[in-house]
Design a protein around this ligand. Structure first.
Ligand code: 0WE
Length: 271
């Protein structure tokens, strides 16, 4: 049976563990017949990413710390020597210094932390497009990962909100630039998922419980959900979609008000 990504080659940036969103995307894209390559952030992650890559029949893994111009050009030069042409890049990278994800935005923000968050989480996406441009095939697609904090204030998400807002704006400008070459650019705005990065975030369990309760589907999003939508957006099934941010959040962002309910959907009354 032929998958809907047969014949597509995709670079996946952002795998750190089996729980990574990037890994959910890799599994879905592999299932649909795409050929995959991966990057790893540092030597500590090299063996783990090599093993995961092997699970999806990939032997192309490249070092890439997106905050380094030298590593960005080296990674895309080395990828071009493996694949002279490819179709997709999945960008699933985000970082702000830990101190900026605690307390209030105004109190936590610093010039350096603001710069790092925007550099790693936002600049890296158009920077990848710039490096990959000569080798991207018509019909290809670039995809990044965002979060509701781009659109609404969320306690402690702080500087990552402005960084994701910048990233989402880049999606629209990149879609305008690359559209004439028939390369699409989109984003997935995922609901909260307990990844390795998220485990370092205080109150994350409360946040998951809150999201679950306030979601029309009454559950949290999984990396499989995000992977399947991402695979679709990278495929020719989504040939008419570009410059778009698709919410994969079990409906959370569509709700104006919700009541807390118990297991039987009974409203839990306030005392
Ligand atoms: O984009 C994210 C998290 C990205 C992230 C996570 C960390 C943890 C470790 C960026 N930088 C760091 N820096 C570290 O040192 N999410 C959408 C998940 C997330 O993170 C939050 C959230 C949610 C949701 C942080 C505070 C509040 C909510």
């Amino acid at each position: 049976m032929m998958g809907f990504l047969a014949g597509k080659r995709a670079l996946i940036v952002g795998v750190a563990s089996k729980r990574s969103i990037a890994w959910g995307v890799a599994e879905a894209m592999h299932r649909e017949g795409a050929e995959l390559a991966f990057t790893y952030q540092n030597e500590k992650l090299e063996d783990r990413v090599n093993k995961l890559a092997a699970e999806v029949n990939s032997s192309i893994t490249l070092p890439l710390d997106v905050s380094s111009d030298a590593e960005m050009s080296a990674a895309f030069r080395d990828l071009a020597s493996e694949w002279s042409e490819y179709d997709c890049i999945i960008h699933a990278v985000g970082f702000a210094p830990k101190e900026l994800l605690a307390g209030t935005y105004i109190e936590s923000v610093t010039r350096e932390g603001f710069q790092i968050a925007h550099d790693v989480s936002a600049y890296s996406f158009p920077a990848m497009a710039k490096e990959a441009l000569p080798n991207l095939r018509a019909g290809g697609a670039l995809l990044t990962m965002s979060y509701l904090g781009a659109e609404r204030s969320i306690p402690n998400y702080n500087v990552m909100g402005p960084a994701k807002a910048s990233l989402e704006s880049s999606v629209r400008f990149m879609a305008a630039d690359l559209g004439p070459r028939n390369i699409r650019v989109n984003g997935v705005s995922a609901g909260p998922i307990k990844t390795l990065a998220a485990s370092g975030v205080g109150n994350f369990r409360k946040l998951l419980a809150h999201a679950k309760a306030g979601t029309p589907l009454r559950r949290n999003v999984t990396i499989e959900d995000v992977g399947n939508t991402s695979a679709f957006l990278c495929s020719d099934l989504a040939a008419g979609i570009t410059g778009e941010i698709v919410h994969v959040d079990c409906g959370y962002s569509t709700v104006g008000m919700s009541f807390t309910v118990d297991e039987d959907e009974e409203v839990i009354a306030k005392r």
